[in-house]
Design a protein around this ligand. Sequence first.
Ligand code: CP
Length: 293
Amino acid sequence: MKSFLEAGSLGRGGLETLVDEGSRIRDRLDAFEWDGRPLAGRTVANLFFEPSTRTRLSFDLAAQRLGAHVLTFNPANSSVAKGESLRDTAETVSAIGADVLVVRHSRDRAPAEVAEWTGNAVVNAGDGMNEHPTQAVVDLLTMRRRFGRLEDLNIAIVGDIAHSRVANSLMAALDPVGANVTLAGPSHWLPDRDDLPMVPSIDGVLESSDVVYLLRVQTERGGHIDQPYIDRFQMNEDRLTKMKPAAVIMHPGPINRNVEVSDTVADSARSLIGEQVRNGVPARMAVLGALEL
Ligand code: CP
């Protein structure tokens, strides 16, 4: 692929290839046997115009483990602070010698614009409320390694769906691989679509789900936390007991602890949150390795 901007762009075959490759890389990393350098001599620039811990650091490490040079850019101490535009910044980093631009930005479709302006391979690391496609690869990889399959898994996506680029990419990726998606959220946070079942409380998905995927309430994008929300949607110990014995919870992070998930559930053996973070590096190594450079 030339760039990776939207999770659904690859179709079932492309997504499964990334998951297969990510899983193979994860096994080799775990065994301290990774020795590939397919991006030796290439340069990956991480252009993060919004805060990030997991995505930025895992792209850094993924690119290093593939043998690439890594440029890490901080807008606060760059010429962006002097008013340089996104286009001029991207074209400058491209001219310096970057082969791959990894872009996180608050504006929908900014990474797609960067791809058009520069002609570089671009990976979307989260754009506004649009998409976060590598998070979807991380999540599919995590589900496949836990359940051995994606087909016919029942996945409930819960919470602040309206503001969530994670939810958009996850929905776009789960459909082609044959998983069944149900949405649970307050009516004002549910999307306007009629192709997915939707329920008004987390209690409506507990017994049927293999994965309850909790979303962060995005206060920086207009999400509001109040006690009625916590009462209807928080995953807590009592609700965990109503789930199937093998069912798990996931969350892309960062967590609002004791809002969408209680402390005890977040840190329990039924939580794959740490596993999602661990899969961030191999999943992004698979994505970077699949780019046509
Ligand atoms: N899940 C996720 O995108 O986390 P960061 O904002 O820490 O990168």
